[in-house]
Design a protein around this ligand. Sequence first.
Ligand SMILES: Nc1ncnc2c1ncn2[C@@H]1O[C@H](COP(=O)(O)OP(=O)(O)OP(=O)(O)O)[C@@H](O)[C@H]1O
Ligand SMILES: [Mg+2]
Length: 243
Amino acid sequence: MTDVLDDARDHRHATAVRLTEVTKTYRAGTVEVAALRGISGDIPLRSFSMIVGPSGSGKTTLLNLVGCIDVPSTGTVEVCGQRIGELKDNALADFRARHVGFVFQNFSLVPVLSAYENVEYPLLLIGVPAAKRRERALAMLEAVGLANQSRQRPNELSGGQKQRVAIARALVKEPSLVLADEPTANLDTETGAAIIDLMHRVQSQFHTTFVFSTHDPHLMSHADETFVIRDGRLVDHKAGAVQ
Ligand SMILES: Nc1ncnc2c1ncn2[C@@H]1O[C@H](COP(=O)(O)OP(=O)(O)OP(=O)(O)O)[C@@H](O)[C@H]1O
Ligand SMILES: [Mg+2]
């Protein structure tokens, strides 16, 4: 794991993600959908950034590009100094595994595993030794306030607690970038706001660059940087919001 971390930290760019004239067009047979129509902008390193826009505006498409799940149709996406369009499928998957952690709207926890095992799992996949896995997974559960729920399975946890487990799981490998696509969409307003604050706290604690998407403009006051998108275009960018 140390190799992965050192490698990520060697890229000391002040910019975590740089988008230059990015477009994404989906093709289904003869039908084309222009999901992103020329987006340029920088997501600063170690920022807590938010992408806000209505349904269908292109948030998930944009996060998929930033998260190296997909590549742009035209334009360039650079993540930690690497142009992702230049990576072939395997290299893209490898880059993603090393550098990016994900938090999903529907939590996506493994139901038969305990909270602890869900958090430990990504470390098991990359061959981290047992003692180190235990230390890291317990530290992450502690960081998200779930030290006492580590043995519980997802169906024994509340929505907010499930999302806390998912945040711990996304961060356990210490990725340079964590992406959360509408992480509060399945939570009530109060729990959602608490989850955003928790994400911000762990973002500063672990010096991660954190990007989340939402359709809720009220969450803007919680973010360092806000990118407003509509119909696949960046229509506003607010930097350094007052906390
Ligand atoms: N795989 C796909 N094939 C074809 N069109 C797609 C595909 N994925 C998304 N789209 C279209 O691209 C546009 C942007 O979709 P996207 O999912 O990025 O929006 P979103 O902002 O995440 O919306 P929501 O808030 O509902 O999640 C929409 O018009 C959508 O219908
Ligand atoms: Mg979406």
